[in-house]
Design a binder for this molecule. Structure first.
Ligand code: IDP
Ligand code: MG
Length: 138
């Protein structure tokens, strides 16, 4: 069993895709074990994406991530990290495979609907960024 953090980003919430995203994860056998809605301040978005602080898109990305409410969630299942990444599709919707969330719904490489942790260490950091132990089912 593995846990990962996913987020429906502001563009996904704005397009009424919260249910669609969760449905795709659940249909793949993943369990939602924590869920909330949040509206990040700029500093909180910067902290979440700290690994990208040297990238040219950092300011734009973190501004986008606090432009509206988001829905962070913890998903649990076998190979949860890879499953979520496969369901999301490539970062740039132009490169995303047919049937992935980003191919089906994303407008751009930045406004790409959904986040998913990319490795066990980042998943642990990202889950802890949004949820404390009492907020995650056990
Ligand atoms: P990922 O979300 O597929 O893991 P990362 O490379 O970790 O992609 O980038 C984090 C987020 O930063 C992306 O989901 C996207 O919103 C944004 N992003 C990535 N690359 C670019 C870019 O070249 N221009 C603008 N935004 C980008
Ligand atoms: Mg990433």
């Amino acid at each position: 069993m593995q846990r990962t953090l996913s987020i429906v980003k502001p563009d996904g919430v704005n397009k009424n895709l919260i249910g669609e995203v969760i449905k795709r994860f659940e249909n793949a056998g993943l369990k939602v074990v924590a869920l909330k809605m949040a509206h990040l301040a700029k500093k909180q978005a910067e902290g979440f994406y700290a690994v990208h602080r040297q990238r040219p898109f950092f300011d734009s990305l973190t501004t986008f991530m606090c432009s509206g409410p988001i829905v962070p969630m913890v998903l649990e299942g076998k190979d949860a990290i890879k499953k979520v990444r496969d369901i999301m599709g490539a970062t740039n919707p132009k490169d995303a495979a047919p049937g992935t969330i980003r191919k089906d719904f994303a407008d751009s490489i930045e406004s790409n609907i959904v986040h998913g942790s990319d490795a066990p260490d980042t998943a642990a950091f990202e889950i802890g960024y949004f949820f404390n132990a009492t907020e995650i089912l056990r």
